[in-house]
Design a protein. Structure first.
Length: 147
């Protein structure tokens, strides 16, 4: 917790996000898939879906792993063309691609990691979880680091 400067590092991954009305998702995916959390694996990425807002909406996050892309740390969002977005979603089931492309924005959300600090405590105060070390949003990593 000293005055050290730590810069975020692009994690070579970005995400598209969509919030889909429950009835639209149920028609496209079926009840079992739309109303329960799902993980769809693809080449170089994956799509996560799960209900939010008391089940009224289905959150969809499509993540894409990249190589060699430079990302401006000042802009966490970069606009993609529809063609780029569809290319990133290539290989997934058509109904998933349609939902993400119709109900999401074409913003690519850059994911970043922070290098470790030298220490996370001073005296009797200690930082834990995301407050201490922000990380990519996988498997509840932030809350898991706190335990």
């Amino acid at each position: 917790m000293e005055n050290q400067s730590i810069e975020p590092k692009f994690a070579d991954t970005y995400a598209y996000r969509a919030m889909v009305p429950k009835n639209i998702a149920r028609n496209a995916m079926g009840d079992d898939l739309a109303l329960n959390g799902q993980l769809y694996l693809g080449y170089g990425g994956y799509i996560i879906t799960y209900p939010v807002e008391h089940g009224d909406l289905i959150n969809m996050v499509a993540l894409k792993k990249t190589k060699g892309i430079e990302w401006d740390k000042k802009n966490w969002l970069i606009r993609a063309t529809k063609k780029e977005m569809l290319s990133d979603l290539e290989g997934y089931e058509d109904n998933l691609v349609q939902l993400v492309s119709e109900y999401g924005t074409r913003d690519r959300w850059g994911l970043f990691d922070l290098p470790h600090s030298q220490k996370y405590y001073r005296g009797r105060a200690c930082l834990m979880g995301d407050a201490a070390h922000a990380s990519t949003p996988h498997l509840g990593a932030g809350s898991g680091m706190a335990f």
